[in-house]
Design a protein around this ligand. Sequence first.
Ligand code: CAA
Length: 282
Amino acid sequence: MTIKKIFVVGAGTMGNGIAQTAAVSGYEVTMMDMVEEALDRAKKTIEKSVNKLYEKKRITEDQKETALNIATTSSMEDIAKADFVIEAATENLELKLKIFTEMDKLAKPGVILASNTSSISLTKIASATKRPEKVIGMHFFNPVAMMKLVEVVRGKQTSDETMETVVWLAEKMGKTPVVVNDSPGFVSNRILCPMINEAIYTLEEGVSTKEGIDTVMRLGMAHPMGPLTLADLIGLDVVLSILEILHKDLSDDKYRPAPLLRQMVEAGDLGKKTGKGFYEYN
Ligand code: CAA
């Protein structure tokens, strides 16, 4: 099937980044969210991002205009026109299963249903549909406009054809795809989240200050940002939920979330998105 129209479900940080990247790459994009204000916020975020990219001559005026004209909807029924679907809703198993059942009913037969999940089993998500061979993980990284990777996650029943189409599409979107198997946290978060968790334990035990820990990893290991700053960017609730999945599904206490992380999430200090995490943001 020729892919022209891409439908993105969820207008949060990842959803709007994916919608923007697809539009800039020449696709006709519709971004869907049940919450109208989320769509308004997403349009503003996209506008800021494409203006910056245009000023730096990283995109053309036409690409900028295409991204500024992304269609929005609060109705899932509009999925019927799509040739490809990317789900980027909140990281919650029950919600994703419900969304995939609905998407499966409304999308054209044969259309691939990809999920941007960062840790939930694709095999489980696929079981909510009657097209498990067409369900796959297409895991983008934040900020989507800047990060080159797409982790392509094959569920147990994902077909070779689906995998090849998604690899091709990720490249068309200017990204480098890496295919991995369906396992808790895939490759990215199996490695990243325990590192962030260890940084939080290190802070909690008073081994160094937050600035000290971040500087060690930035200057000693050439990470673009320290692990505590990165946790604030990802969202502490997201980091906690990934660690909980690793802890439960791999049955190993080495993934036990740091008590300080849990406490901060309970206090609503979720990082950049709430204005306060390990650091404060205006
Ligand atoms: N759109 C357009 N431009 C953007 C942008 C966006 N969304 N985000 C950042 N930029 C721009 C900045 O505005 C800045 O422009 P100026 O130089 O004109 O100010 C430029 O990119 C560079 O940014 P900064 O100077 O702020 O800092 P930087 O050089 O460190 O780059 C970064 C920023 C690309 C985010 C870099 O710090 C980085 O790569 N950090 C690591 C991010 C990372 O690890 N992401 C993965 C998180 S894990 C995940 O997403 C998946 C999961 O499942 C949890």
